[in-house]
Ligand binder design. Structure first.
Ligand code: MTE
Length: 301
């Protein structure tokens, strides 16, 4: 089993669901009580972590295989057949093979993780994912000595994905992590949100979530996971290397060449509408800063 993530942002399986639901009500309740005025657009607002509505999370998406407008995935992603689904796991592993979705999730502890989610376009949400630690899957297939990176690939299905007719990216969508990032307990493979199966527009049936990195690292609808000793191809990095680095850690001090990364617009009306400061590593600095010790984060952006 992977090292389990134990900050209060996670939801451990040992906690009864009723207690969790109660906690969510308390959060929502106190937010309502204080009213919008008292919660200034400051770090406090970041800390409250009230999840966005299901409606927000499933209607404002980036999934370019279904079009480049935020509403396109919700309109077209139903075209993707997600059952049956399998993932090829290959490269430097002891047990390479083609695993069905059912084989992959079998025996995994599916937990709820309420994560800040920060897109590189400077908008953000708080999303209650359901998933398991990627490390648990990697441990199961057996990572071989010498492997240093994990490469991921999304399905490429021109018949089901109208967006891939446009050469926005060199399809299929691909991403990668360093092995220590992939093994970090915050890194999950998500299979749902709000306790239900993953909606297609959010990356059904299984997608990566790396909460301290810009959202484009969190690749959707994964069909291949490859362990390798060389830095993998990453779609946005390859398309515009001066704008999107391989690491893409959320960093308010390193701007995108065309816009500031110091603040973010929290999606969803009401309490957290408007801009709030972006936190280093998206608020997960305590957990992940040690991964980058000694690295110049402006050079390795
Ligand atoms: N994965 C694939 N295959 N295709 C995409 O276009 N967009 C990325 C990421 N994963 C994308 C993807 C970007 S830019 C973001 S911000 C997140 O997915 C959005 O996830 P969400 O729609 O679930 O919020």
């Amino acid at each position: 089993m992977a090292r389990r993530y134990t900050s209060d942002l996670s939801w451990k399986d040992v906690t009864p669901k009723s207690v969790f639901l109660n906690r969510r009500q308390i959060l929502a309740g106190s937010a309502a009580m204080f009213g919008a005025g008292l919660f200034a657009a400051d770090a406090q607002a970041q800390e409250a972590l009230v999840p966005n509505s299901f409606e927000d999370i499933t209607s404002y998406n980036n999934y370019y295989e279904f079009g480049t407008r935020k509403e396109d995935p919700a309109r077209f992603a139903h075209m993707l057949t997600t059952q049956p689904w399998s993932i090829v796991i290959d490269g430097m592993v002891d047990n390479p093979g083609t695993y069905s979705f059912e084989q992959i999730v079998e025996g995994m502890t599916i937990e709820e993780r309420i994560y800040r989610f920060r897109c590189v376009e400077a908008w953000s949400m708080v999303i209650p994912w359901n998933g398991f630690e990627l490390a648990d899957l990697l441990d199961r297939v057996g990572v071989q000595e010498g492997a240093r990176y994990v490469a991921f690939e999304t399905a490429f299905r021109p018949n089901e994905m109208p967006g891939v007719r446009l050469p926005v990216l060199d399809w299929p969508y691909r991403e990668g992590l360093r092995l220590d990032e992939a093994m970090h307990p915050l890194t999950i493979l998500a299979t749902g949100l709000y306790g239900d199966a993953m909606p297609n527009q959010n990356g059904a049936p299984i997608r990566l979530v790396v909460p301290w990195k810009y959202g484009f690292k969190s690749i959707k609808s994964i069909v291949r996971i490859t362990l390798t000793d060389t830095e993998p191809y990453a779609s946005w990095n390859a398309a515009q290397p001066n704008e999107y680095g391989f690491y893409s850690n959320v960093n308010p001090n390193v701007d995108h060449p065309r816009w500031s990364q110091a603040t973010e617009r929290r999606i969803g009306g009401g309490l957290f509408a408007g801009r709030i400061p972006t936190l280093m590593f998206n608020g997960y600095e305590t957990e992940v800063a040690s991964l980058y010790e000694g690295m110049d984060l402006a050079a390795f952006f």
